[in-house]
Design a protein around this ligand. Structure first.
Ligand code: MET
Length: 344
C-alpha cells in the first residue's frame, strides 16, 4: 500500500516527453496526435519495441520520483497519442480503412472507423498498471481516453447515432476501469478534452456517457478536461464551456487548466464537493516557472475549491515539452506544493 497522500498532493495530467531514441518527436509534434495506429513513428525495431518502451517508462517513473511528485503515472510512454493505444485495441474498429473527422482546429484528421459492435476482448492497459505498481511505492494513476472523446474521435459507420456510439464506448471503458483498479491502480483518470471542444454535443449526452463509464468504479476516477495540447491549440478561452454539468456525475475529481488560461477560479465553484486537480503548470512555453509563480496560481484558487480534495497538476500532458523542461516544471511544482502546504 502506498503511504497516505500529503495535503495538496502533486501529479501530472499523464504524459511525459518520450525519449528521442524511442520515437520520432519531430514527426509526433508536427502532425496532430495520431488517433489511428502510427507504428512508423517508433525508432526501435518491432522485436525490441516493448522492451524499449518499458525502459523508457522506468525513466519516466524515476523522473517523477526525483522531482518529488506524490501521484505517479507511467508517462504514457507506450502510446503514440493519449487515445489511439486504447481505441485501436477494440473490436469493432476497422484498422485498415480509417475514417475522418474535423478536429478542434478545423483540420480533417484520420480517426478510428467504427464498423461493428465495440468490444474489449481483454484488458488493454492492465499490464501497464502492473508495471507501474511494481516500480514505485508511491500512489499510482493511469489514464484512459474517455467515452465521449473517443466517440467524437471516431467515424461512426455502425451505431444508430453518436449517442449510442458514446454509450458503447462507455461500456468498454467501464470494464477497463474495473480491470485497472484490480491491477493495482490507485486512481484512474479518463481524458475528456472533447467535452470542452464540442460543448453543444456534450450537453446532449456527455454527462450520461461519463456516468455510464464511471458509476460503480471500485476506486476514485478523475476526469481531465482541457483546451488541447498548448503546442497544437494556441488560444485559450476565458472559461470552460462544459464544467458545471460534471457536478452530478460520479467522477471523484475534475482536472482543469488554469495556468496558461488564467482561469477565474470562481468558475470552479459549481464543482464544490468534488476534488479538483488544478492545472498550475503553463505548457505553452518550455521555460520553467519558479515555485513562487506556481504557488501564486495555487493560492488564488484556494477560496473556490475544497482544499482537502485539491490536487496540484499540470495544465495538460507534458508530452511535447523538451525533457529537461518537463523535469524542471515537475520539480517546481513539488516545491510550490511545499510552500503552500506550510501556509495552510
Ligand atoms: N493524459 C493525456 C496527457 O497527459 C491528456 C491529453 S488531453 C489532450 O497527455
Amino acid at each position: 500500500m502506498p503511504a497516505p497522500l500529503p495535503s495538496l498532493p502533486t501529479s501530472i495530467v499523464g504524459s511525459l516527453p518520450q525519449p528521442e531514441w524511442l520515437i520520432d518527436r519531430e514527426k509526433l509534434a508536427h502532425q496532430f496526435p495520431p488517433r489511428v495506429r502510427a507504428r512508423e513513428l517508433w525508432r526501435v525495431a518491432p522485436e525490441f519495441l516493448a522492451e524499449a518502451q518499458d525502459d523508457a517508462t522506468l525513466l519516466a517513473i524515476r523522473a517523477q520520483e526525483e522531482a518529488g511528485l506524490d501521484i505517479l503515472t507511467d508517462g504514457e510512454i507506450r502510446r503514440e497519442s493519449y487515445s489511439n493505444h486504447f481505441a485501436t485495441a477494440l473490436d469493432g474498429i476497422d484498422l485498415d480503412i480509417p475514417g475522418t473527422v474535423i478536429n478542434r482546429s478545423g483540420k480533417p484528421i484520420p480517426v478510428p472507423r467504427v464498423a461493428g459492435d465495440l468490444a474489449r476482448r481483454r484488458p488493454i492497459q492492465a499490464a501497464d498498471v502492473r508495471f507501474l505498481r511494481a516500480h514505485t511505492d508511491r500512489t499510482v494513476k493511469i489514464t484512459v481516453p474517455g467515452p465521449f472523446t473517443m466517440a467524437q474521435q471516431s467515424q461512426n459507420d455502425h451505431y444508430a447515432d453518436d449517442r449510442a456510439l458514446a454509450l458503447a464506448y462507455a461500456d468498454v471503458v467501464r470494464a477497463e476501469i474495473a480491470d485497472l483498479f484490480a491491477a493495482g491502480a490507485d486512481i484512474v483518470q479518463i481524458d475528456e478534452p472533447w467535452l470542452q471542444a464540442r460543448p453543444d454535443v456534450a450537453r446532449k449526452y456527455g454527462a450520461e456517457a461519463v456516468t455510464r463509464a464511471v458509476e460503480g468504479a471500485p476506486g476514485p476516477v478523475h476526469l481531465h478536461l482541457c483546451f488541447g495540447y498548448a503546442v497544437m491549440v494556441a488560444e485559450r478561452p476565458e472559461g470552460y464551456s462544459f464544467l458545471s454539468e460534471l457536478a452530478d456525475t460520479p467522477v471523484d475529481t475534475v482536472s482543469v487548466e488554469t495556468a496558461q488560461s488564467h482561469l477565474d477560479p470562481a468558475t470552479l465553484r459549481p464543482l464544490r464537493g468534488k476534488g479538483v486537480a488544478l492545472g498550475v503548470l503553463d505548457l505553452s512555453t518550455p521555460e520553467v516557472e519558479t515555485a513562487e509563480v506556481i504557488a501564486d496560481r495555487v493560492r488564488r484558487a484556494l477560496d473556490d475549491v475544497d482544499v482537502e480534495k485539491l490536487v496540484l497538476s499540470s495544465d495538460c500532458g507534458l508530452k511535447y515539452l523538451p525533457r529537461a523542461s518537463a523535469e524542471g516544471k515537475m520539480r517546481s511544482l513539488a516545491r510550490a506544493a511545499e510552500i503552500v502546504r506550510a501556509e495552510l
